[in-house]
Ligand binder design. Sequence first.
Ligand SMILES: [Zn+2]
Length: 240
Amino acid sequence: MASLNSTPIVDVIKKYQEILKPTVKGNFGRRRFMLGKHGIATYYFIDKLVDNNLHLLEFLRESGLIKRKLECQKCRQFMKLRSKRVSDRIVWVCRNKIENKECGNQRSVRHGSWFRYSKLTLGEVLMLTFHIVNRTDMLLSNLDFASHTMADWRQFVHEVILDYVEENSEQIGGLLKGAFQILVRQHLHCNDEKFRQYFRLTPVLFDYVLSSIRDELTSKPYNRHKKPICPEEKLCILVR
Ligand SMILES: [Zn+2]
């Protein structure tokens, strides 16, 4: 559910697939294949992305996973991103001058984003979230994440994702919307077997469950959230 002035996540992924292509080394005949089909991120893509802090930050901003712009709550002016010796290496700073003195108000680059929930690095959070949402987190077992970190994040992702999508349709909602459309409309729609593998329900059962809880999953539009995601999508996220 991208807003009018944001780029759909699929296009952002496509752009970064192109940017990262030259970094794919070794004997891979099909570079694009390693990074994913056009607009669909792979494990390898995420891996390459988190390798380069600048690419990662730009990707997160362009995709709206962290704020593109941030207003100073004191001056109501837009803040600027500045390099700083903080763990994210970058921070929002208000350079607005009030009576010749710079406001200097600072905010974490994670402000108002999914990443604020963790002390892990941005790359680590992106990687964990990617794998948990894609159900490929078994692949991370050889990395050095503590098992409680994995378990906490798994639970957290599943618990919070619905609330988060409701409140932040502009950000992660865009990602899930894209995933939903690609997955359901293009890949699973005509494939009972794949549908069942993915959602652990047959399409018929899915429709049945949906019809019985449709009302509970339906949100009315309101100010902050003009186009709530549809019950089908919510159920997809839930049963996943
Ligand atoms: Zn300010």
